[in-house]
Design a protein around this ligand. Sequence first.
Ligand code: ZN
Ligand code: ZN
Length: 132
Amino acid sequence: MIKERQTKQKAVILSAVQNTKTHPTAEQVYDLIRGELPNVSLGTVYRNLNKMAEDGLIRRISVMNSPDKFDGDLTPHHHISCTSCGKFCDFFDAEYNESLDRLIEAKTCFRIVRHETVFYGECPDCKLIKLN
Ligand SMILES: [Zn+2]
Ligand SMILES: [Zn+2]
C-alpha cells in the first residue's frame, strides 16, 4: 500500500527530527533514517521535510553558508551559529520580542506572524584557538 508506506515514511522522518537537538540538514536526516527506511530516497526526505515545515510540524531554519536546517522544537527560541566551525546551538534565554513584530507591521503593513533570529559569531572553542 503506497499510502501506508508514505504515512510510515512521514512518521519516521518526523520523529528523527523531533528526537535530535542537532538541527539536521535534509541530508543528515536522510542518514539518520536510512537504517529504518532503507528504500527511501534523498528527494523523498526533502519533500517530506519541506511539507512538514509548511504545515508547521517542524521549523525550517535558513543559515548563512549552509543548507537549510530543520528543528523539531517549536517552542520560541533563537539560534547561535559559529562562523568558524559551523557549530549550531539553541538559545532559550532571550524573551521573544513581540514589539519588534508590531514595529515591522506598522512600518510595512505586513501582518507579522513571527520572526526568527540566528546570531553569528565564534564559539568558545574557536575563540580559544585564535588566542593561542
Ligand atoms: Zn566554533
Ligand atoms: Zn532550535
